[in-house]
Write a protein that binds this ligand. Structure first.
Ligand SMILES: Cc1cc2nc3c(=O)[nH]c(=O)nc-3n(C[C@H](O)[C@H](O)[C@H](O)COP(=O)(O)OP(=O)(O)OC[C@H]3O[C@@H](n4cnc5c(N)ncnc54)[C@H](O)[C@@H]3O)c2cc1C
Length: 460
């Protein structure tokens, strides 16, 4: 067992832990970053599968994600726009396929009016409530104790409009059924992206990708930190002075092979993994309770790679939506400079449960026709096909990120970032702006580092 003494220790070498550690190192402090996996990047991960580079985790960048854009710039990483020329495809609940342009789905006049009305209501709520402290709003309890599904149906009798609006947050973002989270949680999601309109605008929210993949953000930061990042080193125990001990006595992070004694520890992992660590003494009651109310959603990110992006020749952008379809959204995900064409589709929440009941071959046989419903039969025969399985990853256990169960956000939100003695909590799942995204991970990582520097300065 190796024993290290550092100013600060990080648990998790993802897009939150690494920028935070980098900031502390810049401030002249010594750090160590424990990473459970044999790679950095957490939920950002690019791998080459059958000769195709696929981004299995986080990849897209939107124009408001300024912390991420600044980091990309600093690291010398370039971006490229998502292909979106030509027509999109919409599948109506009855299964009919329609080509369209613009942001609004080609729905009937009444449904379009209802969708616009719901977007307007949600935009107003997002602007009024904001992303920083949704729990502090006077209507927080009211909006946190009704599910997004039921609230939408209180606002509108148009089922297609409710399903389409639900899709942008439920299957599309929180990757939980709309009956499993509150309106307040949906409003946080919208406010964290600037507005509900931004969530609806795929040209905004899925604007660009990083040439070579998003994981490089973590890889480059880890490269700069060098030997201070310890891979294959899952932290099993955090020893801290206890509630009455004060921060002066520091904290010890114990992994299988390294022990780090430090003044402060940052748990830069998603909240569903906090309980994988034993705290000695145990955490206070409030944290024990709170952490049980945050869980990850589930989505399968499916890549299908073709010899050419054939849909482009047919005037299609590759952007497709169908709230009732198994693959509810589909995009052109062709790599920068690649002559082959890649489609990426998403199978969310209960639909993911259903296909995970199937054997791998049967699952592919169910998913591919759903992808092909959009651009046409040629999509049935990809050269390469890959389904992500984040739910089986021990050090993640779901995708994309964590959200509270019904009523949890207004009940616990105000305490989610409060340090417990020397232990800090930071991940994209707890961010305000950029919530659930790499941008939010970086923002919260940097803010946590600034908080530690300020506190360390005060404590001398
Ligand atoms: C399929 C998918 C698609 C996504 N798409 C996008 C997108 O297009 N754009 C976007 O911005 N975001 C996207 N995201 C979300 C984005 O990837 C995450 O928000 C981001 O990676 C969170 O960073 P993090 O550092 O907070 O957590 P993580 O990335 O989860 O990193 C946490 C790290 O902690 C490690 N760890 C866990 N427990 C321990 C332990 N006990 N000891 C040591 N290490 C531990 C983990 O191995 C991991 O490396 C997507 C995510 C997924 C899964």
């Amino acid at each position: 067992m190796e024993h290290l003494v550092r100013d600060d220790v990080f648990i998790g070498a993802g897009p939150c832990g690494l920028p935070a550690a980098t900031e502390l190192q810049r401030a002249g402090l010594s750090v160590a970053v424990h990473e459970a996996r044999d790679r950095v990047g957490g939920r950002t991960w690019a791998d080459t599968i059958d000769g195709a580079m696929l981004e299995i985790g986080g990849q897209w960048v939107s124009p408001d994600q300024t912390a991420l854009l600044r980091t990309l710039d600093r690291l010398g990483l370039e971006t490229f726009p998502r292909y979106r020329e030509g027509e999109s495809v919409y599948i109506v609940p009855q299964g009919r396929r329609t080509r369209y342009t613009g942001e609004m789905f080609p729905v009937g006049e009444d449904t379009e009016r209802e969708m616009n009305r719901l977007i307007e209501i949600l935009d107003k709520l997002a602007a009024e409530i904001g992303a920083s402290e949704p729990w502090a709003h006077p209507r927080a309890r009211e909006l946190d104790t009704i599910s997004f599904h039921h609230w939408l149906r209180q606002q509108s009798a148009d089922e297609e409009a409710c399903n389409n609006i639900g899709l942008f947050v439920a299957g599309g973002m929180l990757t939980k059924p709309a009956h499993a989270f509150s309106v307040l949680q949906a409003v946080l999601m919208a406010a964290s992206a600037g507005s509900f309109s931004n969530l609806v605008d795929d040209g905004f929210i899925l604007d660009k990708r990083v040439v070579g993949g998003m994981q490089q953000v973590s890889q480059r930061l880890a490269g700069q930190l060098g030997a201070d990042v310890v891979l294959s080193s899952p932290v099993r125990t955090l020893r801290w002075p206890g509630e009455d001990g004060g921060a002066g006595e520091g904290v010890t992070a114990v992994s299988d092979n390294v022990t780090v004694k430090a003044r402060y520890a940052v748990m830069a992992v998603p909240p569903n993994l906090y309980s994988r660590v034993s705290y000695e003494p145990p955490l206070p009651r409030r944290q024990h309770q709170m952490h049980q109310h945050q869980s990850l959603g589930l989505v399968i990110k499916v890549h299908a790679v073709y010899e050419t992006p054939f849909w482009r020749e047919e005037g299609l952008s590759g952007t497709c939506f169908g709230a009732g379809a198994l693959v509810q959204e589909d995009y052109d995900n062709t790599n920068h400079g690649d002559s082959r064409g890649t489609l990426v589709g998403f199978v969310s929440d209960e639909k993911a449960d259903a296909v995970f009941e199937l054997a791998a071959g049967e699952r592919k046989a169910a998913i591919l026709p759903s992808i092909a419903d959009y651009p046409g039969g040629q999509a049935l025969t990809p050269a390469d096909y890959y389904e992500s399985d984040w739910g089986s990853e021990e050090w993640t256990r779901g995708a994309y990120a964590a959200s509270y169960d019904l009523g949890g956000l207004h009940r616990y939100g105000k305490d989610q970032l409060k340090p417990v003695g020397p232990i800090y909590w930071a991940s994209s799942d707890l961010a305000a702006e950029g919530y659930q995204h790499v941008d939010g991970a970086i923002r919260l990582g940097e803010a946590t580092a600034a908080g530690i520097v300020a506190r360390a300065g005060k404590n001398g």
